[in-house]
Design a protein around this ligand. Structure first.
Ligand code: SAH
Length: 345
């Protein structure tokens, strides 16, 4: 399936040139696809052209199948892909803007012990246009599609972004292009379980997105028990890679750390977190574990989380507890899709 959304404006112009279509038509089409319009809505294009395009490209790569709205305003979306697969995403509304959380793969092959997205493994990669489609579909839902309602993007939905490197980096180029929705790379955060070779590549290619590392452990020994990727890259490999990323981009490094009672929250964890995060600008996001039925791992109480955070702060580690949003509607990665698949089965 070919999506118009997989193309840059230059690529679309090139395709139009080969079909003997004028370049200004490509520009018109590009404006329509940026506002996530259907062929029927592209009213300034001749009908024959619309029919011609329709025969060759799909106008919209994804469709919103279901929307849930939390009491705190957070929205959760279930999207349908052209092949019947479903993916999910979320929208968090803050006073400084709206942040969309996008998926990069259907399923995931990283197999982290606490995460719902990986149950069932990787189904397939999303194309750049399918990732972009999530941003544009929701942006249109929030307004008329022409205004930029979405201000920030986090690649923290299902999938491992760096395991789908080519499509994800193409998405970054498309979404930050002045020809399209033009969201600055500085307002985009990419979260990875730590594919170090790809972190170097991203830095070398000149991307300046914020990098989040899903750390979750302070020893390789424990990390290996919950994150299979730890068998390939050690925590010290990650530290080397993120220092390089900081040197190249100047962006502060964020560490995601899910707190699990009696497992990764003791005094030695604090000391090791200090070592891991020292020597470069960094911040630790402490995450209260979202309970996933299939996984059975338990988090900790609010008091225990507060104590852990205070201890880190007193040692000079920049850390805050991430406010859990949308927990009443299944905010954690993969939960809505699991529910949908479970019901469909
Ligand atoms: N694969 C990427 C991005 C997707 S996961 C990564 O690993 O970073 C987005 C974040 O949610 C990661 O930090 C992940 O570890 C975290 N996460 C997954 N399941 C969770 C759960 N049940 N509770 C809390 N955080 C979870």
């Amino acid at each position: 399936m070919t999506f118009l959304h997989d193309l840059t404006l230059e690529e679309l112009k090139e395709e139009f040139k080969q079909k003997n279509l004028p370049a200004f038509r490509a520009k018109q089409v590009y404006e329509w696809i940026t506002s996530y319009s259907s062929y029927d809505q592209m009213t300034n294009l001749p009908l024959v052209l619309r029919e011609q395009l329709k025969a060759e490209y799909s106008d919209r790569p994804i469709e919103i199948l279901e929307k849930l709205v939390s009491v705190d305003g957070t929205r959760k979306y279930l999207y349908k892909l052209y092949d019947g697969n479903v993916i999910e995403g979320a929208l968090m509304m803050q006073n400084y803007g709206n942040t969309i959380c996008v998926s990069t793969q259907v399923g995931c092959r990283m197999g982290c012990g606490f995460c719902a997205s990986g149950i069932g493994g990787l189904v397939r990669n999303l194309s750049a246009g399918e990732i972009l489609g999530q941003v544009l579909a929701v942006n249109r839902e929030l307004g008329n599609g022409k205004e930029r309602k979405i201000t920030n993007i986090v690649l923290m939905g299902s999938g491992e972004p760096l395991d789908n490197y080519d499509e994800v980096t193409k998405f970054l180029r498309l979404v930050s292009s002045p020809d399209g929705i033009n969201i600055s790379e500085r307002n985009i955060s990419l979260s990875t379980c730590g594919l170090c070779d790809k972190i170097y590549k991203l830095a070398d290619e000149g991307f300046s997105v914020n990098l989040s590392i899903s750390l979750h452990a302070t020893t390789d020994e424990y990390r290996k028990t919950v994150m299979p990727i730890a068998n390939k890259y050690s925590i010290s490999d990650i530290v080397k890679a993120v220092k390089y990323y900081f040197e190249k981009t100047g962006r502060r490094i964020i560490f995601e750390y899910t707190m699990i009672k009696e497992i990764n929250m003791n005094f030695f964890d604090c000391k090791r977190l200090k070592e891991i995060t020292s020597g470069y600008p960094s911040h630790v996001n402490l995450i209260p574990l979202n309970y996933v039925k299939e996984k059975g791992i338990k988090g900790c109480t609010k008091q225990e989380a507060d104590r852990f955070c205070e201890r880190l702060n007193s040692m000079g580690v920049s850390a805050t507890i991430r406010k859990s949003k949308g927990s009443d509607i299944g905010g954690a990665c993969g939960q809505l899709r699991r529910k949908y698949i479970g019901e469909a089965e």
